[in-house]
Design a protein. Structure first.
Length: 306
């Protein structure tokens, strides 16, 4: 059993080390797609802006946390690319020496190529799911050819692109074609995620067999990680997945429970000390799997044998 964190009066730095110097930033919960399986249930929009005051507070907070050990901000949502002033946020992150990554559905990837190449994320993760059935998966027409072309362009500019595929029953049969198309575009890192949702039943044994076939279909140079359906212990015993959501600056102790399990609100480094202590208390009290799921940790990943 993992030992609880030993907290000193300066809890922030210890929590950031536990989180490997990385935080998830959940943008205001809006999206331009309507995926039935999405666990954060965003509002559908086509374009948005982060209020200037929220953006300023976020940057002041991250600047303060950078002095305590923050190294990277992982931007997700909703859909981050619907926010017209997202380039302002990432420019400020880079100016403060912070790395950033982006998680996106890819719909606006082509239109964003210019500023993405200029501000160079450490990685872009695209939720692809299926190249053949994208419209039904995302609940809207999808510019699949544009997305693949944009991925190719990013890779040519030495910006790593990874792909996330949720293994829904309806798209598992397309997996080989999806992987082939993404490999041709230059993607070399993949995550195959179990739906972990009773509305989309996939037996763990079937999922593991699909993962093995996927590994065999990929080139040796590619990396595949999959939901570890045998992981019946909470991943938080080993490492943190701390998340903050805008505009309220609500903190969650796991990116898989955003919106359902709060550590409190913190808009300043001083306030964050209380969040850090609350997180430490929660970690020390973990017994079994504290989140709602089908019997395994939804964020624990494994690599199938090649």
């Amino acid at each position: 059993m993992a030992q609880p964190l030993t907290m000193s009066p300066g809890a922030t730095g210890e929590i950031l080390r536990y989180c490997r110097g990385k935080l998830f930033l959940f943008m205001p919960n809006v999206c331009d797609a309507e995926c039935a399986f999405c666990y954060v249930a965003p509002t559908r929009v086509e374009t948005a802006r982060v209020p200037a005051g929220v953006l300023d507070r976020a940057m002041a907070l991250f600047a303060g946390l950078a002095h305590k050990g923050l190294r990277e901000v992982r931007i997700t949502g909703g859909e981050p690319l619907v926010f017209q002033n997202l380039p302002d946020l990432v420019a400020e992150l880079r100016a403060r020496g912070l790395a950033w990554t982006l998680l996106t559905n890819g719909i606006r990837l082509k239109a964003s190529l210019g500023w993405l190449i200029e501000h160079r994320p450490s990685k872009i993760t695209v939720s692809v799911h299926s190249l053949r059935q994208a419209a039904s998966v995302f609940g809207r027409p999808m510019p699949v050819d544009e997305i693949v072309d944009a991925i190719t362009t990013l890779v040519r500019h030495d910006i790593p692109v990874s792909a996330t595929i949720v293994g829904l029953p309806a798209v598992l049969g397309d997996l080989h074609d999806t992987l082939s198309g993404l490999e041709a575009a230059g993607v070399r890192e993949y995550k195959l995620i179990h739906p972990n949702d009773s509305r989309f039943p996939v037996a763990p044994a079937e999922f593991r067999a699909t993962a093995r076939r996927a590994r065999q279909a990929l080139s040796p140079a590619s990396r595949l990680r999959v939901s570890d359906t045998t992981a019946t212990g909470c991943l938080l015993r080993r490492q943190g997945e701390l998340s903050v959501t805008l505009p309220r600056f609500e903190w969650s102790w796991c990116c898989a429970t955003v919106g359902t399990d709060s550590l409190g609100v913190a808009r300043t480094v001083h306030d964050f000390e209380q969040v850090a202590r609350s997180l430490s208390d929660r970690i020390g009290a973990i017994a079994g799997l504290p989140c709602h799921h089908q019997g395994f940790c939804p964020i624990a990943l494994a690599e199938p044998e090649k």
